[in-house]
Design a binder for this molecule. Structure first.
Ligand code: AMP
Length: 241
């Protein structure tokens, strides 16, 4: 998807269970609109990799497939969203995951993003995928430790078995994609993250899309939602009500 359109799209929030394709679709949004992808899973994995204090604490929780406490999340998200590259908008992948995080994010965006310059308000896209599909996607997920490219042995397999097409590195399975952890992650989603969708639905800010379709079709749906959302918004007299 070349066709890059550099313009302010404001915050885009992708909601969906693990395996819904948030990471894959975020990359398409990055490519088209030139905004950064903020993946809280990646930010945490970076801390784990660097062995920071936060990383040491998060590592054990993540390996169990549970959610890292909200207070730890707020610090890393706030720090990242204050960086200059987020000024024209960003795509949030994996945050918010609890209703409390959603409330915190609203307050943060209101204070730190909207006050500085009037920007397109957040659009929240919920990616719907059936449970059996999710299991297939998660158990088949592989990534390249060198270039980060994502594969799925069931649907997007590499040309050579378990090797990256780009650099030939041996593909790896994320610790929390092991079968025994997946059910815990999906349960955490069911109990906590569904409330995030309820939170945005109650405010009439949730747009649900069918994320079981082909990747390109899901991307087209998402671009359509973002384009309609931002075109219908004019920053002249402040924010749209
Ligand atoms: P992800 O890559 O988004 O699937 O996240 C991997 C793991 O990081 C999750 O299973 C959680 O343990 C942790 N994590 C990521 N985002 C959050 C969040 N917003 N709140 C709490 N924990 C998170």
């Amino acid at each position: 998807m070349a066709n890059k359109t550099a313009r302010n799209i404001g915050p885009v929030i992708l909601l969906g269970p693990p395996g819904a394709g948030k990471g894959t679709q975020s990359k398409q949004i990055v490519e088209r609109y030139g905004v950064p992808q903020i993946s809280t899973g990646d930010l945490l994995r970076d801390h784990v990799g660097r062995g920071t204090e936060l990383g040491l604490e998060a590592r054990v929780i993540m390996a169990r497939g549970e959610l890292v406490p909200d207070e730890l999340m707020y610090g890393i998200v706030a720090t990242r969203l204050r960086e200059a590259d987020c000024q024209g908008g960003f795509v949030l992948d994996g945050f918010p995951r609890t209703a409390a995080q959603a409330g915190w994010l609203d307050a943060f965006l209101e204070k730190e993003i909207f006050e500085k310059s009037k920007k397109c308000p957040p659009v929240v896209i919920q990616m719907l995928v059936d449970y059996t599909q999710l299991l297939l996607r998660l158990t088949g997920r592989r990534s390249c430790p060198t270039c980060g490219r994502l594969y799925n042995i069931h649907s997007q397999s590499p040309l050579a078995d378990e090797l990256c097409d780009v650099d030939g590195s041996k593909l790896v399975i994320r610790d929390d994609d092991r079968e025994e952890v997946i059910s815990g992650r999906l349960a955490a989603y069911e109990t906590q993250t569904r409330r995030v969708a309820d939170y945005y639905r109650a405010q009439k800010r949730l747009v649900a899309i069918n994320a079981e379709r082909l990747m390109e079709e899901v991307t087209a749906q998402i671009f359509g939602v973002i384009d309609r959302h931002c075109l219908g918004w004019t920053p002249v007299a402040g924010r749209r009500s």
